[in-house]
Ligand binder design. Structure first.
Ligand code: ARG
Length: 468
């Protein structure tokens, strides 16, 4: 492509070192869509004729079909997706193909392709997040009555509903979807026309191209437009945080399926056996997801490190942006998909959970609250119940079995009613502030999520969104 100035062929090693076609071929559809819009703009500016534009369009469509059917031969010597397609076009249609790159550089071309890729993949990730949110909501509804111990410091703390625990992840995923959508909104500006860095003396109608390709507007600084990869960083950050959430869910699941907890069972289809120990049933999906979170962090670090020392504008270093970005999308998409499937197959072992949540110490705070409601300052109530706990631990007698007289020796405010406080039903119903896990609250939250996540509602929302 640059043979005019050079007298030697590029060394084979340099070709191998510099090629990106082995991974950036994945941008081909965006590259072709961008080139079709570019050709239209060239025709409108009378740089090429309408007949030439039609030839370019037909040639690009043929190439797209060839790539789609696996017949297209990618050539390493042509470096990247942009030059492979351009060369094939010129081979097909001759001179008009050689006019396509007028007023354009690979620098604004790759910026365009990447933005279009991120926009499409961002949308796909949001859909998959919705799928997992839906699965979690379904599982929560199926086991809506189950009360389980909630933990802090991984020590039994206070009772919660299992559904409330799952809905915590639905909230996290909602923020993840929001971050991705926010990044996509910001990246949706069209960089073509920025040229290599300083625009072009061949002036095309950029707004027209933007409109054709479904962008909300155009970039306003040609140097920023070819040097900017903020959108890739933002998305990798959003996906890394989404990975953090899946990893925490994985940790919960791994604990729950252990014999020590025994709270849930995963389906055989979503677990694996051991080649050595016949009794084993391992939560590999959860472990892999926890492990893959490391790659998501690594990809984000790669991108940030890649960009930090680059002077304006485009530098070839930036070719290294693609593999981490692609890997983050590939990794999170598969994780979200497999997680939705696995969670749907989860069964709660109600007996084991009931046994764990029957631990009366889970209600220690409720006893202290009982005293507070009768006028005792919380700190004093805390001490009284602390002594009651010590008594229970040394005598081995649980809260509900300790005689009322003993309660009253510790604090005269205790009456028979305290034993009602020591029931789970009372404990759950009492937690009725907004966001707390009373059964009525959780039922309301489940209904809200179910309607928000209904496929009907999602379709209506998509129909309202601007065209992509
Ligand atoms: N393959 C290149 C990349 O991904 C395309 C841009 C090349 N630009 C250049 N001036 N060599 O970054």
């Amino acid at each position: 492509m640059w043979k005019g100035r050079f007298q030697q062929e590029t060394s084979g090693l340099v070709q191998r070192y510099g090629e990106s076609i082995s991974f950036d071929w994945r941008l081909y559809q965006y590259d072709i869509q961008g080139s079709m819009a570019q050709a239209e703009a060239l025709a409108r500016a009378k740089i090429i004729t309408r007949a030439e534009m039609l030839l370019i369009h037909q040639g690009l469509k043929d190439i797209e079909a060839e790539i789609g059917s696996g017949k297209f031969e990618w050539q390493m010597a042509l470096e990247d997706v942009h030059m492979n397609i351009e060369k094939a076009l010129t081979a097909k249609i001759g001179a008009p193909g050689a006019k396509l790159h007028t007023g354009r550089s690979r620098n604004d071309q790759v910026a365009l392709d990447l933005r279009m890729y991120c926009r499409a993949e961002g949308g796909a990730v949001v859909e998959l997040i919705r799928g997992l949110q839906r699965a979690l909501t379904e599982v929560a509804m199926r086991w809506q009555q189950v009360i389980m111990p909630g933990y802090t410091h991984l020590q039994r703390a206070q009772p919660v509903l299992f559904a409330h625990h799952l809905l915590a992840y639905v909230e996290m995923l909602e923020r993840d979807a929001g971050r991705v959508q926010d990044a996509v909104k910001r990246l949706n500006v069209m960089p073509l026309g920025s040229g290599a860095l300083a625009g072009s003396t061949i002036v095309l109608d950029r707004e027209f191209i933007a409109e054709k390709l479904g962008f909300g507007g155009v970039t306003h600084n040609s140097m920023d437009a070819v040097a900017d990869r903020d959108f890739a960083v933002e998305l990798c950050a959003a996906l890394a945080l989404c990975g953090t959430h899946l990893s925490r869910l994985s940790e919960d699941v791994i604990l729950w399926v252990s014999a020590e907890f025994g709270f849930v069972t995963l389906s055989d289809a979503h677990t694996t056996g051991s080649s050595l120990m016949p009794q084993k049933k391992n939560p590999d999906v959860a472990e892999l997801t926890r492990g893959k979170t490391g790659r998501l962090y690594g990809n984000l670090m790669s991108l940030l490190t890649l960009l930090k020392g680059l002077p304006l504008t485009y530098n070839r270093d930036m070719q290294e942006d693609k593999e981490p970005l692609f890997d983050s999308f590939d990794t999170i998409k598969l994780a979200l998909e497999v997680y939705a499937e696995m969670m749907r197959g989860l069964k709660v072992n109600e007996k084991a959970v009931a046994a764990a949540v029957a631990d009366p110490f889970l209600l220690a705070t409720d006893v202290a609250d009982y005293l507070v409601l009768r006028g005792l300052p919380f700190r004093e109530a805390h001490e009284v119940v602390g002594k009651l706990t010590a008594h229970s631990l040394t005598t081995g007698v649980a809260f509900p079995d300790i005689p009322l007289e003993t309660y009253q020796e510790l604090c005269p405010l205790f009456e028979k009613k305290v034993f009602k406080v020591l029931t789970l039903d009372h404990a759950m119903a009492a937690r009725k502030a907004t966001g707390a896990p009373s059964p009525a609250n959780v039922a309301r939250e489940l209904a809200v999520w179910q309607s928000r996540l209904s496929p009907k509602r999602a379709a209506a929302k998509r129909a309202k969104a601007p065209p992509r």
